[in-house]
Design a protein around this ligand. Structure first.
Ligand code: FES
Length: 201
């Protein structure tokens, strides 16, 4: 029993020290991926924002430590800030933000054999840039967030260029032409209806 008690005490001590030394470890972060600067999501009664952080000498996107969501109380005189356990959002609940239809452009704005960029609000209410390509196979939608570290990729003559670390993506399909990005630009569902192009994101 003594051995077990010592072990439990030891683990508790190490956990406490680790939490004090690295506060981020003490906070559970959302399970969905943080992929665009400024993206927000609610998880376990907190609002998390996607920010840039330094890790092993690199700048990466990661969730911040979150802040408790203020929920208006039934009577205005009561404290409007509820602790996570008092929040109507259950501790086990993961808030999923559903994709939305985004009317991104008129059909005439994307002629045949062109790649055009457009900026619109995504489902998180954040301004986001997208590319829409019209080629012989039809329409293709892509998220302009660089798959290396999330910077907004720009359209240049040589292709889709990331200004942060110089990754280059194919203008026609978002595939990687030059690193450090290792993955193609994220595809976004696209459809065309009554002269309007819609993205779903
Ligand atoms: S963020 Fe590093 S290459 Fe784009």
């Amino acid at each position: 029993m003594k051995v077990i008690s010592r072990r439990i005490l030891g683990i508790g001590f190490i956990t406490t020290i680790a939490s004090l030394a690295f506060p981020a470890l003490a906070t559970e972060t959302p399970s969905i991926k943080c992929r665009a600067l400024g993206q927000t999501t609610r998880y376990r009664g907190k609002l998390f924002t996607c920010i840039k952080v330094k890790s092993k000498g690199k700048t990466i996107l990661a969730w911040d430590s979150g802040r408790v969501i203020a929920i208006p109380s039934a009577t205005p005189s009561q404290n409007p800030i509820l602790s996570p356990t008092e929040s109507p959002i259950q501790s086990s609940e993961l808030v999923v933000v559903n994709k939305i239809d985004i009317p991104i452009a008129k059909s005439s704005e994307v002629p045949a054999n062109t790649t055009m960029s457009f900026t619109a609000k995504n489902r998180y209410g954040n301004s986001n840039t997208y590319f829409v390509v019209r080629n012989s196979d039809g329409l293709l939608g892509m998220n302009a967030a660089c798959t290396h570290n999330g910077c907004a990729v720009k359209q240049e003559r040589e292709g889709l260029l990331c200004p942060c670390h110089n990754a280059l993506f194919d203008l026609n399909n978002g595939s990687v032409l030059r690193g450090p990005a290792a993955h193609p630009l994220e595809r976004v569902d696209v459809r065309e209806e009554a002269g309007i192009i819609y993205l779903t994101d």
